[in-house]
Ligand binder design. Structure first.
Ligand SMILES: Cc1cc2nc3c(=O)[nH]c(=O)nc-3n(C[C@H](O)[C@H](O)[C@H](O)COP(=O)(O)O)c2cc1C
Length: 180
């Protein structure tokens, strides 16, 4: 049941050294590839990082969360506004950029990342969406162009902890019927 998988997923921040099998990694990225997106624009890219030095630099750029580098694989998820219009090519986008098209590609890439997190769990692995970076700090580390927006740094590996479920608002408090 899907709901069981959704319940089981939790952010994992401690990893075993065991490498992630290539087949599992490809299934995880396949889950992202199949995500729905507005107008089917698929405005996303993913960088797979395994190199120790690069992982360290990514961890430093992500608010010095060095535990990120202890994961055997780090997936970096990137939203691409150019998927909406080629006119955006070369545009500088960052946290201050407004406009519906950036919102759209961020929205779509979020769905792909969610599918990554769920497939990670389904493969018996663990991951955590890490978002504590700025475009200015993270992009140069991976040579990412200014017209791409880094949305998530996702360390992936076999869990070395069993995190407890974090509390959620109860359904009644977030639910309305028929109208606001
Ligand atoms: C957009 C976003 C950014 C996040 N950034 C970080 C982060 O930088 N470091 C971290 O340890 N966890 C980060 N998290 C994980 C959240 O803290 C976690 O999802 C939340 O506490 C709920 O716990 P759960 O994922 O185990 O259900 C982030 C989650 C999201 C969705």
């Amino acid at each position: 049941m899907m709901i069981a998988a959704i319940r089981h997923r939790k952010s994992v921040r401690k990893f075993q050294e065991t490498p992630v099998e290539e087949e599992k990694l490809m299934e995880i990225l396949e889950a992202a590839r199949l995500a729905p997106s507005g107008n089917n624009k698929q405005p996303w890219y993913f960088i797979v990082v395994k190199n120790e030095n690069v992982k360290q630099d990514v961890a430093i750029a992500t608010n010095n969360q060095m535990w990120i580098a202890s994961a055997p694989v780090v997936i970096v998820a990137i939203a691409d506004i150019c998927a909406r219009s080629e006119n955006y090519t070369g545009m500088y986008v960052d946290e201050e950029t407004s406009g519906f098209d950036l919102k759209r590609v961020l929205r779509d890439t979020t769905i792909a990342i969610t599918q990554i997190l769920l497939e990670v769990d389904n493969q018996g692995l663990g991951a955590c969406w890490c978002g504590a970076f700025t475009q200015k700090t993270i992009r140069p580390v991976l040579n990412i162009p200014d017209d791409k927006f880094v949305l998530a740094v996702i360390p992936v590996g076999y869990p070395a902890e069993e995190p407890k479920a974090k509390p959620r608002k109860d359904l009644n408090s977030i639910l309305r019927y028929e109208t606001w």
